[in-house]
Design a protein around this ligand. Sequence first.
Ligand code: IPM
Ligand code: MN
Length: 353
Amino acid sequence: MKLKIAVLPGDGIGPEISEQGVGVIKAIAQKFGHEVSFKDALCGAAAIDAVGDPFPAETLKICQEADAVFFSAVGDPRFDNNPSATVRPEQGLLAMRKQLGLFANIRPVQTFRCLLHHSPLRSDLIEGADFICIRELTGGMYFGEKFESDERAYDTNLYTRPEVERILRVAYDYARRRRKHLTVVDKANVLASSRLWRKVAKEIEVEYPDVQTDYMFVDNASMRMIAEPRFFDVMVTENTFGDILTDEGSCISGSMGLLPSASTGTGTPVFEPVHGSWPQARGKNIANPLAQILSAAMLFEHFSLKEEGMLIRRAVDQSLEQGIRTPEIQTPDGAHYGTKEVGAWIVDYISQA
Ligand code: IPM
Ligand code: MN
């Protein structure tokens, strides 16, 4: 297969993990005889510094002309600590999602056998947990009308029926291919936007009689996720709730550095880790490249290249089993492996497979 990939390394640890992910994609391409080409593009603080715009038109064009975007992370403390900044790196990521029409963010949460004891949660609770959070990505508060003054500020959590319906259908399609259990997460006891979600979901659930649909308030869901994570198969929720719940999900896997994601919709799909840019770790060769590498697996799987995805997953499992781990998940007596060493080990494993 021929694949054109736009590579957006972004900020902080982004460039380091991107390099490892690209290395893995190249190793897979070599192994399976795919013709993959890469084009780098600027985004986030790196783009603000270079051209004054966190998602420049040139970057949009490169993304639109590609078959897939391989994104890493954006964010920079220079902007976080400056409430009066008018342009922020995160706006680049939001603009990319909006302009590419990526309304469905697929965030799988799973456990790794050898990391069960690494989770802050009891291993008997999380063992076997395996669910997908489908986060609506281009609506809600992140994009609704905003107002900000020194005395008042608001964000608008606006959703329309078609926006809700299309994300629910994506979620039902996933549920059908899995254990046929969908949990719609909302706050319908308080929020009007959530009541629309629930109304639309009630209407369309009858079209999916083979799927069991549950409705759960987000506060309850956040508790249930860590008290009984095996309850969930597919959950679907609005932008803000999905952002928060998926960070919580990383406690089940054992590290933020393990969660990949795919964002799909009408334009070029994006494959990116769930974690952010971790600026404090930048250049230290300590960031875990696995979320980025697993995002590469999701990229191949998106194009129905299942064996390619499986080989990446096997390589990741093996690296963890054999203790080739970055410091945040390493055992006390384990050797030191950095971002580069973990990436190189996985590339080697793939080449020799
Ligand atoms: C994520 C991130 C982004 C989001 C930020 C960086 C804008 O936290 O992908 O989860 O909130 O969507
Ligand atoms: Mn987030």
